[in-house]
Design a protein around this ligand. Structure first.
Ligand code: MN
Length: 341
């Protein structure tokens, strides 16, 4: 069975340089961005200073799309990585910087894929700071550069995509029939403060999931999927806990305490418009929850390289108490269909 991992990260030298420059400006007090106070925490991999010993060469791995990465994939039995830019993408920059950088990241990614189309595919980077050009860049990335969808790193300057000014991005994704991977970053400025008392909470242990699940629920509550029923959103970490909450979402919704209207129940949108991945969540009970609430054709394999182990991720699915046919779906066939690989 073909093994395709779909939340696998890379970066470019230009992206690293821009992040370093932003961190420098924030630290020296000259950045005007209201929401970038945690950027050095968020993009800590790119700091030139010595990092704690446990960084595991993350920076080198993010920049490498050559021999070492292919070797790691081969060892684990991964046939293809679908690459996306590391968090926070270009969403921490001012609009003009972000727009220019997104274009060059997409071009560089298209070249990486072109050099090795059997092993790599790519998800585009866009700058939601300017929704109109973001939608145009998505179109260019898919139609001209051959990328298979787009990865958006949750909030942009503290704003969420349920705001109607961003909906032309969704209109374009639906028109192009490509999915949006809604990827974590540190919670938005209005939400992050209580996490920072214990900094581990702001990232993968809790904050990432809290941020993205809130974002996904805002999309559902906004009526976005009534307007764009063909839209498909991918969530990592088995759906950022939404499958676990499914019953309660609908139960509370049906009480209609706030008089909000949607065509369907919130859980219906989770089941119909969302797909989930195994990224960074190699735990059989969590898989069982997603499997029983959504089914095997809504679950896609992902590692979250280089932050997680390719071997652990593959072993986890191979040892799952499911049929080979269902493992084949999760490992590759769902991705082939969704991303047209
Ligand atoms: Mn990731």
């Amino acid at each position: 069975m073909r093994v395709i991992a779909i939340e696998e990260h890379f970066t470019t030298n230009e992206h690293v340089k821009a992040l370093r420059s932003l961190i420098h400006r924030v630290n020296s007090g000259s950045a005007d961005a209201m929401d970038e106070s945690n950027i050095s925490f968020e993009a800590r991999w790119v700091l030139p200073a010595k990092l704690p010993a446990d960084d595991g060469g993350i920076m080198e791995k993010l920049l490498d799309v050559g021999e070492h990465r292919i070797h790691v994939m081969d060892e684990a039995g991964i046939d293809m990585q679908v690459l996306s830019i590391m968090s926070p993408g270009v969403q921490a920059f001012d609009g003009e910087t972000a727009r220019i950088l997104a274009k060059s990241i997409n071009e560089e990614l298209a070249e990486i894929v072109e050099r090795n189309p059997r092993r790599y595919a790519g998800l585009a980077t866009i700058a939601p700071q300017d929704p109109k050009t973001a939608a145009e860049e998505l179109k260019r990335a898919v139609m001209e550069l051959g990328l298979k969808g787009v990865c958006i790193h949750s909030h942009t300057k503290g704003e969420y995509l349920d705001d109607r000014k961003y909906w032309n991005i969704f209109a374009m994704a639906e028109k192009l029939s490509v999915p949006i991977y809604l990827h974590p970053r540190i919670p938005s400025p209005d939400m992050v403060r209580p996490y920072l008392t214990y900094p581990c909470l702001a990232t993968g242990m809790w904050g990432f999931s809290a941020e993205v699940s809130l974002h996904a629920m805002r999309l559902i509550c906004s009526g976005l999927f009534d307007q764009y029923p063909g839209l498909r959103i991918i969530l990592g970490h088995f759906g950022e806990a939404l499958p676990f909450w499914l019953w309660r979402l609908d139960n509370r919704w049906q009480k209609n305490l706030f008089g909000m209207q949607l065509k369907k129940k919130p859980g219906d949108y989770v089941r119909e418009n969302f797909l989930v991945t195994t990224s960074g969540m190699f735990h059989h009970p969590s898989l069982q929850c997603a499997y029983s609430t959504l089914s095997a054709d809504r679950i896609l394999f992902a590692v979250d390289y280089p932050f997680e182990s390719c071997n652990d991720a593959v072993t986890f699915i191979r040892s799952a108490p499911m049929s080979d046919d269902e493992k084949g779906q999760m490992f590759g066939r769902n991705a082939e269909k969704l991303l047209k690989l």
